[in-house]
Design a protein around this ligand. Structure first.
Ligand code: URP
Ligand code: ZN
Ligand code: ZN
Ligand code: ZN
Length: 513
């Protein structure tokens, strides 16, 4: 590998465009030959021709000249690169900052077959424009395409006006409301309603972190009073019922406003069933399970080693066995629609901030590098979903929901050349000693499974090949996401029929006696 001496130097990553063998040629033309090309709607054996960062052609037996880099994908799946709808890179949170910044988190993503992510801008003292500026700065060393959601943490005329600016001028089409984290990010129902109304008028998607923060606060007090101060207290203080309550409340309020809703990190049966019920009644609700919620269970929080238990602390918590299986089933049935990670990494010294009090353990787990492999192994290799559905839940549906399809999320002529070559007959093994995150731990430590991302191509550049990662700081592009995704189709018609139903005059006789 070739490594430069710049500040990002890391033994597992090489930088720049110096040669790493013939397949990493600097040619902008690439032909992926003979693979099974999979889109969410269809799969077929075909070649994929890439030039200048874009997919030019997808069909069998494409003939090219000899200046083209050829990748033989015979017997392998050629799929859209993953899009992770939920990450926190370089996030200041709970008195510290995530150990992965935009460069290291994205490098990890690329090594795991994810070629785009959407991160959450946290406002600075409630200011959206200051938050946007800060995150634009944080993202300067990006080596992968990215977009932004934005959190709303207070409400006034300025916030309302700034939401409009974010949507109309800054390429943001989604806003996250935290119903938990009392005393920091949490908002109340009045703000939630204002936010929902504003989102609706802008064609922006409202997102919720659904846990009842007041009840969590009460649950935490209860645990401390009982003398339960370790990581298990985190899970015990915020049980599934509090996630179910907040999910139900957010869904009902979004229904009352008649605006689409996206529920992030669905961790429990309780929350999932609320989403399923709402969808059954025709409401536009999207549910996002995350890798940790699908494959882990809460037994780890009782590990006698604090360092091990603490690394699994996230919110909502990883649940008892059974929840994960139910979330998998919901994903396979289409009751939940797409998979994120909530990648939000803290190393052991940061997690140790809560050694005496679980309330001080920074919340968050890794996953940006592992998601594609975990979803394949858990959902496809086990027979629960098809390969086309894999593409849908890891990439295409995210692109549709955030309105960047088919630029992203598809292998079609004209789409960005974000592509992975996946070998279903190989296998993966996860370990903090080999991963690309800066974290010294991994919540999937030691896990092995079927399938392996062998090649990652990000906007036409081969960045991952033969276990070697080659990324360029600053090469990632900010992807603007326009408002009024498909989720808004028909919202105006539903409003019109609601209003006309109210305007039917009630005939009352004048004399009442
Ligand atoms: O524990 C978590 N989830 N940390 C990240 C912040 C959030 O709530 O998404
Ligand atoms: Zn090299
Ligand atoms: Zn959250
Ligand atoms: Zn999150």
């Amino acid at each position: 590998a070739s490594a430069s001496s710049d500040e990002f130097c890391d033994a597992r990553i090489s930088y720049g465009d110096s040669g790493c063998g013939i397949s990493l040629s600097s040619s902008s033309k690439i032909l992926i030959k003979g693979g099974i090309v999979v889109n969410a709607h269809h799969q077929e054996v075909a070649d994929v021709y890439i030039d200048d960062g874009l997919i030019v052609d997808v069909k069998p037996n494409i003939k090219v000249g000899d200046e083209v880099t050829i990748i033989d994908a015979t017997g392998k799946f050629v799929m859209p690169g993953g899009i992770d709808p939920h990450t926190h890179l370089a996030m200041e949170f709970m008195g510290t900052e995530t150990i992965d910044d935009f460069f290291s988190g994205q490098a990890a993503a690329l090594a795991g077959g994810t070629t785009m992510h959407i991160d959450f801008v946290i406002p600075v003292n409630g200011s959206l424009s200051a938050g946007f500026k800060s995150y634009t700065e944080k993202a300067k060393n990006s080596c992968m395409d990215y977009g932004f959601h934005m959190a709303i943490t207070k409400w006034d005329e300025t916030v309302s006006r700034e939401m409009e600016i974010m949507v109309k001028e800054k390429g943001i089409n989604s806003f996250k409301f935290f119903l938990a984290y009392k005393g920091s990010l949490m908002i109340n129902d009045e703000l939630l309603l204002e936010g929902f109304k504003k989102c609706k008028s802008l064609g922006a998607l409202a997102m919720v972190h659904a846990e009842n923060g007041d009840a969590v606060f009460e649950g935490q007090k209860r645990m401390i009073e009982l003398g339960i101060t370790g990581p298990e207290g985190h899970a015990l203080s915020r049980p599934p019922v509090l996630e179910g309550e907040a999910t139900a409340r957010a869904i009902r309020l979004a229904g009352f406003v008649n605006t689409p809703l996206y529920v992030v990190h669905v961790m429990s049966i309780d929350a999932m069933e609320e989403i399923a019920r709402a969808r059954k009644s025709g409401q536009r609700v999207v549910g996002e399970p995350v890798a940790s919620g699908l494959v882990l269970d809460d037994s780890v929080l009782w590990d006698p080693d604090f360092n091990i238990a603490a690394k699994f602390v996230m919110s909502p918590p990883i649940r008892a066995p059974g929840h994960g299986k139910a979330l998998q089933a919901a994903l396979s049935m289409g009751l939940l629609q797409l998979v994120g990670t909530d990648h939000c990494t803290f190393n052991s010294t940061q997690k140790a901030l809560g050694i005496d009090d679980f309330r001080k353990i920074p919340n968050g787990v890794n996953g940006i590098e592992e998601r594609m492999h975990l979803v394949w192994d858990t959902m496809v290799a086990s027979g629960q979903i098809s390969v086309t559905d894999y593409v849908r839940v890891t990439s295409t549906e995210c692109a549709r929901v955030f309105n960047i399809y088919p630029k992203k999320g598809a292998i079609l002529p004209g789409s960005d050349a974000d592509i992975i070559v996946f070998n279903p007959n190989s296998s993966f093994k996860i370990s903090s000693s080999a991963h690309h995150s800066r974290s010294d731990t991994n919540v999937y430590e030691g896990r092995t499974g079927k399938g392996k991302v062998e090649v990652t191509i990000a906007r036409g550049r081969i960045v991952w090949l033969n276990g070697e990662l080659k990324v360029v700081p600053g090469s990632g592009k900010y992807i603007e996401m326009p408002p009024f995704s498909y989720l808004f189709d028909g919202v105006d018609k539903a409003d019109a029929s609601y209003l006309s139903s109210l305007r039917v005059p009630v005939q009352r006789s004048k004399a009442t006696k």
